[in-house]
Design a protein around this ligand. Structure first.
Ligand code: 3SK
Length: 509
């Protein structure tokens, strides 16, 4: 039996007579729907069209695609063709897309028409791209998705080993240099069998809505592989998940499972406390991306009568490996290892750390990535045999739960997505008014981390400069990375060798 994951997640539903079951529905735009049978057919045709376009097996197909029906069609179509889809964060800036297109040497790009302007300069400069397929109206030099699919001969899934690389996801590194994380076919089923089946306990009758997008490993499991592992239905939303918009979608689409991140939960709680909760029965809510503040979990429970299961995962492990579980929730902790995963805490010398001590979290499980693309040193430093280093510091409590205590480096997450202080600093110093910049994580009113910048100017501060710098960072490195607070200072604290002492700024912030 072939190990191609598309056979299990897509075609199995046809064999089981479930082709008519609803698989995806869109909550916005054209509000289209798609059954499992329609997805099987569309992904066969994507596979055939890739072959017709002579996109070779194992080459990369970059996907800058919103949460819309074409996302699963393209993703599974690539797997069927043996082409490696690389879903990309839709919030990045042009220079980062340029880096990724060069690093991955993607031969093909699928892009939603709304996102074409931001990737266009990078796509046009890429020496590797042979084909650009735009979902919507195609500009010159590109092909529309409708044309790409027109008359494509369906092509069934190629034979693949479970250990063949199936897809990549890009994760940002501590220097802001994105790393291509290579995942094999077997990892998808491994996360569905562990977290999906045993913590989320997803069932065929569930309707799932994930505010975290499909390009993110967390969203890919929540909104695609977990529901597809049992024949459940997903609500897709192609817009920005604002608290208002998400509450509205829950009220109208009536999901049974909701997946969010702490920043969004905090904003939704504030809103729901004044406007009241829609009359919808959510049976499961989950959170990941960064540690959920205790008070947000408790308030959500009071409002909806359902706990938020807070967990921690990583792009390298594909999904959540440490989590609170139904009936076993301790707010303020990341819970216990998900069945199927083992974790360890180690000190700087690699010695195991016991209850009450602080150590780096290492994890072992079947969904670990095969390594980073073209980054041998980083792969060796992260994937130590069967154990994967997370870079997170944790403490183990007497009752076997893990409590998050920060990063081993300066990285932090905003709305569940990594931010490298170094990368934001580089963006700031590229502005003509900035002499030096240092960025640290500071906590907002909900206790969630956001970038704060300390800036030494070349000139005196002018009106509107802080806002101009925020826009500049958004443009250069990504929309979520801009500093929420900016302090203009005379100088920055430095070591004798000139390194910025971020810890001093952190004490201050
Ligand atoms: O950040 C997380 O906690 C996470 C969870 C699931 C999948 C991927 C990630 C990064």
């Amino acid at each position: 039996m072939s190990g191609n994951a598309a056979l299990y997640f897509v075609d199995r539903h046809l064999r089981d007579g479930n082709g008519d079951r609803p698989a995806f529905r869109e909550a916005a735009g054209q509000k289209r729907t798609m059954t499992y049978g329609e997805l099987a057919d569309a992904s066969d045709r994507v596979s055939g069209a890739l072959a017709h376009a002579e996109i070779p097996r194992e080459s990369r197909a970059a996907m800058l695609v919103l949460d819309q029906l074409e996302f699963p069609q393209i993703f599974w179509g690539c797997l069927k063709a043996g082409v490696v889809p690389v879903p990309l964060n839709t919030l990045l800036a042009t220079p980062v897309y340029e880096t990724i297109l060069n690093d991955s040497r993607a031969s093909c790009l699928f892009v939603s028409e709304e996102l074409w302007p931001v990737v266009q300069p990078a796509a046009e400069a890429s020496p590797h791209l042979h084909r650009i397929v735009v979902i919507g109206t195609a500009p010159e030099g590109a092909q529309s998705f409708a044309d790409f699919m027109e008359g494509a001969e369906p092509s069934p899934a190629v034979e693949a080993s479970e250990d063949d690389v199936a897809f990549w996801l890009y994760s940002s590194g501590s220097t802001g240099q994105p790393k291509g994380v290579r995942h094999v076919h077997a990892s998808l089923k491994a996360t569905a069998d562990t977290y999906g089946a045993q913590v989320l306990q997803i069932e065929p009758g569930d309707v799932i809505f994930s505010a975290a997008k499909l390009f993110f490993a967390y969203g890919l499991g929540n909104a695609m592989t977990f529901p597809m592992s049992v024949g459940a239905e997903t609500v897709l939303f192609n817009g920005r998940p604002t608290p208002d918009g998400v509450i509205d979608i829950i009220a109208t689409e009536r999901p049974t499972i909701f997946c969010g991140v702490p920043t969004l939960y905090a904003a939704m709680v504030a809103q729901l406390e004044s406007q009241g909760v829609p009359d919808v029965k959510l049976r499961r809510c989950i959170s990941a991306g960064e540690a959920l503040p205790e008070e947000i979990g408790r308030s959500w429970q009071r409002l909806w009568g359902v706990d938020i299961l807070d967990g921690v995962g990583s792009t390298e492990m594909l999904h959540i490996f440490l989590s609170n579980a139904p009936g076993d929730v301790a707010y303020g902790t990341s819970g216990r290892p998900v069945p199927g995963y083992e974790v360890r805490l180690v000190d700087e010398n690699g010695a195991d750390v016991g209850v009450g001590g602080l150590g780096e979290l290492l994890v072992r499980g079947a969904s670990a990535a095969d390594g980073y693309w073209n980054k041998r040193d980083k792969s060796r430093a992260t994937f130590e045999g069967e154990w994967t280093r997370t870079g997170d510091k944790y403490e183990l409590t007497e009752d076997g739960r893990y409590v998050y205590c920060g990063r081993t480096d300066d990285m932090f997450k905003v709305s569940g997505i990594w931010v490298s202080p170094f990368e934001v600093e580089q963006a700031l110093v590229a502005h003509p008014a900035v002499l030096e910049a240092a960025v640290v994580a500071a906590r907002d009113r909900d206790g969630l981390e956001k970038p704060k910048a300390y800036i030494v100017l070349k000139q005196v501060e002018t009106d509107g400069l802080a806002d101009e710098l925020r826009d500049f960072v958004k443009e250069k490195v990504g929309k979520w990375k801009y500093p929420r607070w900016i302090d203009f200072v005379e100088d920055l604290p430095k070591t004798a060798t000139g390194k910025i002492q971020r810890f001093k700024l952190r004490e201050d912030s």
